[in-house]
Design a protein around this ligand. Structure first.
Ligand code: C2G
Length: 138
């Protein structure tokens, strides 16, 4: 069984996330999605999530491509996750290209997949804000 892992915030889940998860699962037989905790998002990424971790976890667990959801509490845990979960392949979108190549030292394949264009949680929030203010220009 080939085991794949990927990390993210996955807030306001959208088709860019789904495209990533679908392609990650296609690289193996079992996919672990590691969702950033609320504390990690705020302290390390300066992101305040719309949906708290528990709700983002429920959404991720409902996706057919995802077999397990665990929390991301630190940048460093990737090294230990790789071994604890017997991972063969580590996958991220290519906005992270090169940032996690060091994991090859742990014996895993590192794959960066092209991001889905024109969609992001930030863009969704911005667009919703414009619509609320009636300033949304098509
Ligand atoms: N993604 C994508 N296409 C998009 C948006 C996101 O392929 N249009 C991918 C990202 O490249 C990432 C995953 O979906 O691989 C999750 O994206 P985010 O929720 O934005 O996660 P991020 O903030 O990149 O956190 O330790 C790693 C971090 O937790 C990653």
């Amino acid at each position: 069984m080939k085991r794949v892992i990927t990390y993210g915030t996955f807030d306001l889940l959208h088709y860019g996330h789904i495209n990533l998860l679908r392609r990650a699962k296609a690289l193996g037989d079992y996919l672990i999605a590691v969702a950033s905790s609320d504390e990690f998002n705020w302290s390390e990424k300066g992101k305040k999530c719309y949906f708290p971790y528990e709700q983002r976890k429920i959404l991720l667990e409902s996706i057919r491509y995802v077999d397990l959801v665990i929390p991301e509490n630190s940048w460093e845990q990737k090294r230990t996750d790789i071994h604890d979960y017997h991972i063969d392949t580590f996958v991220m979108g290519d906005d992270w290209r090169g940032k996690f190549d060091f994991l090859k030292e742990e014996g895993v394949e590192v794959v960066y997949l092209p991001r889905t264009p024109d969609i992001s949680t930030t863009a969704i929030k911005k667009r919703l804000g414009q619509q609320m203010r009636g300033t949304d220009y098509v």
